[in-house]
Design a protein around this ligand. Structure first.
Ligand code: NAD
Length: 340
């Protein structure tokens, strides 16, 4: 199978490409990425230096550019498309929602249109639990039937994309599947997200900024479990279906940070509470029984094992982290936390 993976130089896309090429000797990947601040071409270097590298082709392009997307589909003739490409950081979406609309909404519509014209028969669109909005501590976990109640410009853009996928299925019969997953963590995650950011700051002995009381609850899934779920949806997903994936690890942010500090032997006094993020959701939790029933999905990592592997990976890949955490990223983070 030849798969066009978009956003393959970002966190989850990179893990997915390594997972698929490592698992299936007959899979070929065309990796389409715009290489924004979050995309790292260098993530593919170890792959390209290995025998699997012959089954990977990189193309720099924007999913919102219809001419480029059509040309790539015509040149490479993939059997399937898996769309990870997105602007993905909530804080950035609060600062400036415009790129979120351009990539996450218009980009997805462009990709869907081009893929339909190219008669692609399997299309998986990667979405998030954040489209459902926020839960109270008493609420049951989200199912695929929950209303969409996005609260940030990021989640609003992701929910809009999900609705376009639904419309393409209902209107044109285009066989797309949506997967919605909880918070991922693991190797290759850009250090603006909670876990790698806290690892980096703890290592440097800097204050760890926690929004508000830190009691925002998230469900955490190790990225390889998510990649396995996406592969299941790609191979066996029902056209038009939506599948939730979760990690069975609901935790308040402050507990996650304490676990990181404990594992790294750093003091809890490094924690610094900062003004809460506007519109900050209190709790997300995923009911993935549909994915379990129809696809056989079940997360294999518990949080302790996943965190240990993540810490080991960051310790072994400091050079990567320091390289990506410079330049434009540094400027945004300094300005953002400087205001808090
Ligand atoms: P990321 O920010 O690490 O990577 C995004 C990638 O997309 C980057 O390589 C970037 O260069 C590329 N990209 C951005 N705009 C593009 C465009 N217009 N055209 C082509 N490429 C473009 O994101 P991630 O954390 O890997 O998330 C991947 C997907 O999974 C996103 O759709 C996100 O909404 C979804 N998701 C993420 C999480 C999570 O915890 N990280 C959870 C659930 C769902």
């Amino acid at each position: 199978m030849k798969i066009l993976v978009t956003g393959g130089c970002g966190f989850i896309g990179t893990n997915f490409i390594y997972y698929m090429l490592g698992t299936y000797p007959d899979v070929e990947i065309v990796n389409l990425d715009k290489l924004t601040y979050a995309g790292n071409r260098a993530n593919m270097a170890p792959l390209e230096q290995s025998p699997m590298g012959t089954r990977h082709t990189f193309v720099r392009a924007d999913i919102a550019d219809p001419v480029a997307v059509r040309a790539i589909l015509a040149d490479h003739k993939p059997d399937a498309v898996v769309n990870f490409a997105a602007e993905s950081h909530v804080d950035r979406s609060i600062h400036d929602p415009a790129p979120f609309v351009t990539t996450n909404v218009m980009g997805v519509q462009t990709l869907l249109t081009a893929a339909m014209e190219a008669n692609i028969e399997r299309f998986v669109h990667i979405s998030t639990d954040e489209v459902y909005g926020s839960l109270t501590p008493e609420d049951p976990a989200f199912t695929e039937d929950n209303h969409l109640r996005p609260n940030s410009p990021y989640s609003a853009s992701k929910a809009s994309a999900d609705l376009f996928v639904r419309a393409f299925w209902k209107t044109y019969g285009f066989p797309a599947v949506v997967t919605r997953c909880s918070n991922n963590y693991g190797p290759w995650q850009f250090p603006e997200k909670l876990i790698p950011l806290m690892i980096k700051l703890a290592e440097e002995g800097q204050p760890l900024p926690i929004y508000g009381d830190g009691m925002q609850v998230r469900d955490w899934i190790f990225v390889t479990d998510h990649c396995r779920g996406v592969d299941m949806a790609l191979r066996n997903g029902r056209p038009g279906a939506i599948y939730n994936f979760g990690g069975n690890a609901e935790k308040p942010n402050i507990d996650v940070v304490h676990s990181i500090l404990a594992a790294m032997g750093r003091p809890e006094t490094l924690v610094t509470h900062v003004k809460d993020r506007p519109g900050h959701d209190r709790r997300y939790a995923m009911n993935y029984s549909l994915a379990h029933r129809e696809l056989g999905f079940e997360p294999l990592y518990d949080f302790e094992r996943g965190l240990r592997e993540t810490l080991d990976w960051y310790a072994a890949n400091r050079e990567w982290r320091d390289k990506v955490a410079s330049g434009e990223y540094r400027t945004f983070m300094d300005a953002w936390y400087g205001e808090r």
